[in-house]
Design a protein around this ligand. Structure first.
Ligand code: TXA
Ligand code: MG
Length: 318
């Protein structure tokens, strides 16, 4: 296995995808700090939109570099890590995660898995690794290396095969960003185990059957303060411009600022830059962000989905 781990580390460092076992399910791993590597995860999974991902680290000190732990988060980490619990905490000033890993959020989802292969990989790699379950979106989570291969095939450089995973369902997710912890996703750590450690949890949007709906959707992704205008084929005065592949629509010379998501027209690079670009253009006191047409193929679908939401009429988040 040592040889396989070192090949996996090299693959991650080169921005490639590595599937690895955890105690819950197999994860589709990428270097969390590199936007282009993270973009490949969404591409491989065929995700319809950019959902924030869980960053996996080898131990709690590495987690504290990425996120700020309050007393509740510390208690939960001490009790359940390594193990099938994911903690959502505020992003730390020292965080190295790319904007795409967190889908532009100011919080991060962190987990220290309890599996010798995952631990060896994370220790040898040294940085956080994003890893959603290694299946295509909408399919069941992968509990064996064969599932991963069947589902993702060529998209993965390497699969670290350690047989069937022990638990087979994903980690429990607890949001520790507010004053009271909230259960975001039911999973391997049960509610009663959690309340033994920290008392009652509030939960949000639990359905009648106890399932929790799409946790990432509850948090609003980064939304620019400036209004967003899509499919712009000409630029108006005082607009900021989000462009692609060097497109220069009529009137671009009057732009407040211009950000090209990928001068080479590469949609993986464009995805990696998307949230950073929105933040940057939003700091320019432009009256609006005009977005040139972006192809709908491959990752373009997710990019356009995200932009449509950024452009949708705002309602008061309350
Ligand atoms: O067991 C597991 O957790 C597996 C193994 C591989 O570790 N991983 C996994 O990751 O299930 P993924 O990416 O499929 O699930 C991530 C979940 C999503 O539902 C996402 O919405 C939520 O975590 N999430 C991530 N960051 C979040 C954040 N900052 N706030 C709220 N929810 C977040
Ligand atoms: Mg999943």
């Amino acid at each position: 296995m040592a040889e396989a781990i070192s090949r996996a580390v090299t693959a991650l460092a080169n921005g490639c995808l590595v599937a690895f076992p955890t105690e819950t399910v197999y994860g589709l791993g990428a270097d969390a700090a590199t936007g282009r590597a993270v973009a490949r995860v969404y591409e491989a999974k065929g995700r319809p939109s950019f959902n924030p991902l869980i960053a996996h680290v080898a131990h709690i000190d590495a987690a504290r570099q990425q996120g700020t732990f309050n007393a509740v988060a510390e208690t939960l980490a001490a009790r359940f890590w390594p193990g099938p619990l994911t903690l959502v905490v505020p992003r730390a000033p020292t965080a190295t995660l790319s904007d795409l890993a967190t889908a532009g959020l100011d919080s991060v989802a962190l987990r220290v898995p309890d599996h010798r292969v995952a631990h060896a990989l994370l220790t040898a790699f040294g940085g956080p690794v994003v890893a959603p379950s290694a299946n295509r979106s909408g399919y069941v989570s992968a509990a064996t290396a064969q599932h991963v291969a069947d589902d993702l095939g060529d998209a993965v450089s390497l699969i670290l095969d350690a047989g069937a995973t022990q638990i087979g369902i994903e980690s429990t997710i607890v949001d520790c960003t507010g004053t009271r912890p909230r259960l975001l996703r039911a999973g391997a750590v049960t509610r009663s185990q959690l309340s033994e450690a920290i008392g009652e949890l509030s939960d949000i949007d639990a359905k009648a059957d106890g399932a929790i709906v799409a946790p990432g959707m509850l948090a609003s992704h980064y939304a620019p303060g400036a209004p967003v205008r899509l499919e712009a084929t000409h630029i108006e005065a005082d607009e900021a411009v989000l462009t692609f592949a060097g497109a220069a629509p009529e009137g671009i010379e009057q732009a407040r600022s211009i950000f090209d998501l990928s001068t080479a027209g590469d949609l993986v690079e464009a995805a990696a830059n998307l949230f950073t670009a929105l933040r940057e253009l939003d700091t320019t006191d432009a009256i609006r962000i005009a977005v040139v047409p972006i192809p709908h193929t491959g990752l373009g679908e997710a990019i356009n989905d995200r932009l449509r939401r950024a452009a949708a009429p705002r309602h008061n988040p309350g």
